[in-house]
Design a protein around this ligand. Structure first.
Ligand SMILES: [Zn+2]
Length: 611
């Protein structure tokens, strides 16, 4: 590996940071990677308090769910400077305490790592990856103390990729300025392919695990090549995305940046950091056009977060409390607005045209307008309850909830149009003002401050907009905000079958109901998720036949469904309703006037007539 960053001596570095007397050093070894066990040691020197409290994070910033990472910890022991055992006490699930500790304490434990996601840990014979929130204790009271980290790979061929500052390259020793920075710095250890590139004079890396692991049974070389990502394309498109985002915010607020990518058979995810993104994606997805663009959206999304949510943070996330939920009603802005930009940025970077951009917006609107929960859960509440709802979907979620990613994206799109119409600005100006006012100084914004920034850019009072569409559940005002740009939202497609109000999943050939829409004919008839659908009007039906079978009925027809409900055979009668919309589309208004044509051209850079 070519390490482009000059190592400096640990001692001079520590001295330069004028550290307190306490020193904290972690080491992570993995002598038997196939066991999935990381061996972690923490050495604390110069400690002089009556008790030593060690607390393990229960969640990781960027993923708003208490994940109880400490459940993977085993073999905790503590010794003094001579290696003599120290007694300790557990005070809660994630809290260890050592009373009257000596000035030097070493703590040893193992972390079982067999969960391959961006927010957990994974170790096997091919690599190690850890998300530090799931690996390291916080020494209570020493959160601002610098922490040295030494990684001990099991094999000389394994290298280390991390955004942490390198202090001793030969021993893989790094330094975090404080606990927050340690938590924010993922680590990849293995034979990952590493690509270096520069943007605006700053070094960037793309590190890819599993890039070369093709299918040995691939029948021909051409297919094998299709499974390999086109790395040149990825790097050049990533560079364009970085340039567009840097232009928006006026520069890059880091010294260097690392993209970590795990390629697997079928996975999707990302976790943002201040100077890194952890990404996981399907290797096969990269070889289709849609899949590739979805991946570049993911890159744009996680990269955008280095401003929005990593530095521009709501008050509730200003100071991380790793022991419990950190509540905020602004995740719609942190995630939804970032989702709005993850399709805008690739468009501005030239990865697709305005038509394709609008098609992606239409797709998001379709998802929102076909989710019944939008009528029940306000966007602000969806944000606040992320901890108990978004990551824990059940069969009722679509009826009762709306994703703050999805609705936040569509609301951001509409707010962008509103600002463009009311002033000469756009959502870009909101981002820039937030960056100057809250991001650069890293001060959390309140709900009122966020709204005030929108209002100052738009030049209008947004109290009613907030009350109805962010804190309320009114249907979004598409018509009024699209019309000045010569667009309207139309129903592009209705269901080919009359309305029943349920969906099924196939369990072999059996059709198992997995969703029943609130207020639908299916719900009124007493059908429930979990029921096995056996027959329509007495004729057996398999999972893949339901759509076809329903097409032979008309709205208003009565039908009888035979199901197993809790293993009991029952019949349910219902009347089919009118077909419902399944696809919405942004389309030009029939006869756009010159003002509309001009507004559209100024917005997207093409003629409305070319849509
Ligand atoms: Zn995100």
């Amino acid at each position: 590996m070519t390490q482009p960053f000059a190592p400096v001596s640990l001692d001079s570095d520590l001295a330069a940071m004028s550290l307190p007397a306490v020193s904290l050093r972690y080491s992570v070894a993995m002598p038997q990677p196939e066991t999935h066990l990381f061996e972690v040691s923490l050495e604390i020197q110069g400690y002089s308090h009556p008790v030593l409290d060690l607390k393990f994070p229960v969640w990781t910033p960027g993923s708003y769910l208490v994940r109880e990472y400490v459940r993977h910890l085993q073999g905790f022991r503590a010794v003094d400077g001579q290696g003599n055992p120290l007694t300790w006490q557990k005070l809660s699930k994630n809290h260890w305490q050592i009373a009257s500790p000596p000035s030097t304490v070493a703590v040893h434990y193992r972390i079982f790592a067999n969960d391959l996601t961006v927010r957990t840990n994974h170790l096997d014979g091919s690599h190690g990856y850890f998300n530090p929130a799931a690996m390291f204790f916080r020494v209570v009271g020493q959160e601002q103390t610098a922490i040295a980290l030494t990684v001990v790979p099991p094999d000389l061929s394994w290298q280390v990729s991390t955004p942490l500052k390198t202090v001793l390259e030969e021993s893989h020793t790094y330094l975090a300025a404080n606990f927050d920075e340690l938590v924010d710095s993922p680590v990849e250890i293995g034979t990952q392919a590493i690509y270096h590139f520069e943007v605006l004079g700053k070094p960037h890396q793309f590190a890819i695990w599993n890039q070369a692991a093709g299918n040995p049974f691939t029948p021909n070389a051409q297919q094998a090549n299709q499974q390999q990502p086109n790395i040149g394309q990825i790097l050049s498109d990533t560079q364009k995305i970085i340039e567009v985002e840097a232009e928006l915010f006026g520069g890059l607020p880091y010294d260097r940046y690392l993209f970590l990518l795990h390629l697997t058979a079928n996975a999707y995810g990302g976790l943002e950091h201040k100077a890194a993104s952890s990404l996981i994606y399907s290797r096969f997805g990269l070889s289709t056009k849609d899949g590739y663009l979805k991946f570049m959206s993911l890159v744009a999304h996680e990269f955008f977060h280095l401003w929005n949510v990593k530095r521009i943070r709501p008050k509730g996330l200003e100071v991380f409390d790793y022991d419990q939920e950190n509540y905020t009603d602004a995740l719609w802005f942190c995630e939804g607005t970032t989702s709005f930009y993850d399709i805008v940025i690739p468009f501005r970077a030239g990865l697709y045209d305005a038509k394709c951009y609008l098609a992606k917006v239409s797709e998001a609107i379709t998802k929102l307008q076909t989710t019944p929960g939008r009528k029940l859960q306000p966007l602000s509440e969806s944000s606040f309850d992320a901890w108990i709802k978004l990551y824990r979907p059940d069969s009722n979620s679509r009826n009762a909830q709306i994703s703050y990613y999805l609705k936040g994206e569509v609301v951001s799109f509409l707010l962008d149009l509103l600002i463009r119409q009311q002033s000469q600005g756009s959502l870009d100006d909101v981002m820039r003002q937030l960056w100057a006012q809250f991001g650069q100084p890293e001060v959390g914004y309140t709900r009122a401050e966020l709204k005030a920034v929108f209002e100052s850019v738009a030049g209008v009072d947004l109290t009613e907009f907030w009350a109805r569409y962010i804190e309320g559940t009114d249907e979004l005002p598409y018509g009024g905000l699209l019309e000045p740009f010569g667009l309207r939202l139309v129903i592009a497609e209705v269901s080919p079958t009359p309305y029943l109000g349920l969906t099924t999943k196939a369990d072999h050939s059996a059709a198992i109901i997995n969703f029943v829409e609130a207020g639908s004919p299916a719900e009124r008839a007493g059908l429930e998720p979990g029921d096995e659908l056996l027959a329509i009007n007495g004729y057996r039906v398999r999972a893949d036949q339901i759509g076809d079978r329903l097409q032979s009925y008309r709205p208003g027809d009565s039908i009888v469904l035979t199901v197993f409900h809790q293993d009991v055979l029952v019949q349910r009668s219902l009347v089919l309703g009118e077909p419902v919309p399944v696809r919405f589309e942004l389309q030009p208004v029939p006869e756009p006037n010159p003002q509309q044509q001009q507004a559209f051209r100024q917005w997207l850079g093409i003629e409305l007539a070319t849509l």
